[in-house]
Design a protein around this ligand. Structure first.
Ligand SMILES: [Zn+2]
Ligand SMILES: [Zn+2]
Length: 161
């Protein structure tokens, strides 16, 4: 099946509350454990306005008398990343949730807003085809093709006029 088609209007991660339902479906279908910690981590990332680092997540999940270790959060994030439920934003070393279904090998472009800190995502097929040709010429086999672009999102730009 083909992945979710990203339109010209980049998707905003802050409202990905259905990502938890998607996680439940995926785990049930693949016979994987959707543990309490995995759920807590995903809910925390999905509810955040911007990307969250593992230590921030551990901090938010810790309550007096019950500390959540960052290493456990990292393991949960690995699991969720593997399933495509969260993405790692390399330039921030932080994570965002994603409710899309990505096709295999689909390149992603993350749109990182410097004003509101929000992360959108989109795909750019024209660009991907060009990138694939360049990689091919270089004899390089990509494991992933994730591009991060910093700038200002549409909502922030509109607020300025
Ligand atoms: Zn995504
Ligand atoms: Zn913005």
């Amino acid at each position: 099946m083909h992945g979710h088609e990203h339109g010209a209007d980049p998707h905003h991660h802050a409202h990905d509350f259905d990502v938890v339902a998607r996680a439940e479906d995926l785990c049930r279908a693949r016979d994987l454990q959707f543990t309490r910690l995995r759920r807590d981590v995903l809910e925390t990332v999905a509810a955040a306005q911007g990307p969250l680092g593992a230590y921030d997540i551990a901090e938010r999940l810790s309550v007096p008398g019950r500390r959540v270790a960052a290493v456990s959060v990292y393991r949960a994030l690995d699991f969720l990343t593997e399933l495509g439920l969260v993405h790692r934003i390399a330039s921030r070393n932080a994570f965002v949730s994603c409710a899309h279904e990505h096709g295999a090998g689909e390149g992603l472009v993350f749109l990182i807003c410097r004003t509101c800190g929000g992360i959108g995502e989109t795909t750019a097929r024209e660009f991907e085809a060009g990138l694939d040709r360049a990689l091919d010429r270089a004899g390089f086999k990509p494991a992933s093709r994730i591009v991060e672009v910093e700038g200002e999102c549409g909502a922030c730009r509109e607020r300025q006029v």
